[in-house]
Write a protein that binds this ligand. Sequence first.
Ligand SMILES: [Fe+2]
Ligand SMILES: [Fe+2]
Length: 468
Amino acid sequence: MNLYERIPNNVNLSQNKRLQRALERWLPNYLEWWREMGPEGFQDKDVYLRTAVDVDAEGWANFDYVKMPDYRWGIFLKPAEADARVGFGDNYGIPAYQEVPGEFRNSLRRIIVTQGDTEPASVEQQRQLGKTCPSLYDLRNLFQVNVEEGRHLWAMVYLLHGYFGRDGRDEADALLERRSGNPDKPRILEAFNQPCDDWLNFFCFTMYTDRDGKYQLAALAESGFEPLARTCQFMLTEEAHHLFVGETGVGRVVKRTAELMKESKDGDARSLGGISLDIIQKYINFWFSYSLDLFGGEISSNSADFFAAGLKGRFKEQEQYEEHVAAEGTFTLMVVEDRKLVPREVPLRNALNEILRGEYVKDCERAMTRWNKYLRDAGLDAQLYLPSTRFHRHVGEFAGHRFDIHGNLITKEEFERSRSEWLPTLADREYVRSLMRPVTEPGKIANWIAPPTAGIKGKPFDFEYVRL
Ligand SMILES: [Fe+2]
Ligand SMILES: [Fe+2]
């Protein structure tokens, strides 16, 4: 069988011999990685999946039953715009880079490798989850996320193979060699080494960690390196479904918890086999804080360099801003000095990580408001919340200090004393895990989560999304 018929693409792969040869070497290794590290126990099952076979409205979302190893992982870029220009930074207004500019080569490679590494990492983190799915609908969504993360890896590998020559090929190989959570060859970013072994973790991960991905991709979708910008623009259309899975997933858990709290005599969802609000809150605290780290340091010379070079813009750079050079201007943020929190003014370009993080936090607050409505609608007073962005941080200005959930500076001892109120304990995790029993009968759902309000692609909830 012709290898390239299996790879739908809009990059003229059949004409590009050099790229063909590179992918010919990489593809078998990718498939081997997928078999070894992809969803365990479901490789030979038919799954009702969306496959992109083109970028237009018709082509990007083809639904059919597919066995995951036969998924057609394609290479898609949003079609080029005529006369594209570098949209920000010191080179604002010059023609967009169609090749990698020599002086930015290392920076660009690092950006692409860091993004690329997250894609297979999340597949590895989630590989056991199929065995404990709360419904066939959720099982299908898990696999949809997994195959698309696989395609996002392809997207980054295309850029490495297509634009970085020899060292690009080496990086593409290394993307298949690192393993999530493996101490000897871990994935690059810490959130992607955390275990994601129950479905509350999965929903929080797709809510918070995938959502960081949305903001990173959005910033790269502005890039002056046009192939990267166009690649990320198309990835964002797929990513939207992952965020939907996360936001509605946590929302459905909250909704069910509210129902069970009302039903039980003492207002305790656990007595009826649900997940209590305090455990949900702790999972939120955990994943929100780890995901904030992914934006990088609050004060960052890298962010300034990437912006100056026209490689990584701000969120909705063209839509949201009128002035795209940002060489002047300052931003005030809080830092720790002499054991006190004090404001510090920094050049705007050095604060771009923090500004992007701010956009992300707004988005997370929006989802939180929605979930809290479920609680209010059930007549409950309790509310969930986002912890302070200083809480439980391992990267940036606040790493190495301890803060309470409200962002007040506290001692290490004070933090340790309250840790079990703020972050999931072993007992919390074991309890959640004890609820994780597979429900695979069409139309049935686990007790700890509410059913979705609609199925996939107009299908009902009781559709056989995965043929077991
Ligand atoms: Fe992705
Ligand atoms: Fe994703």
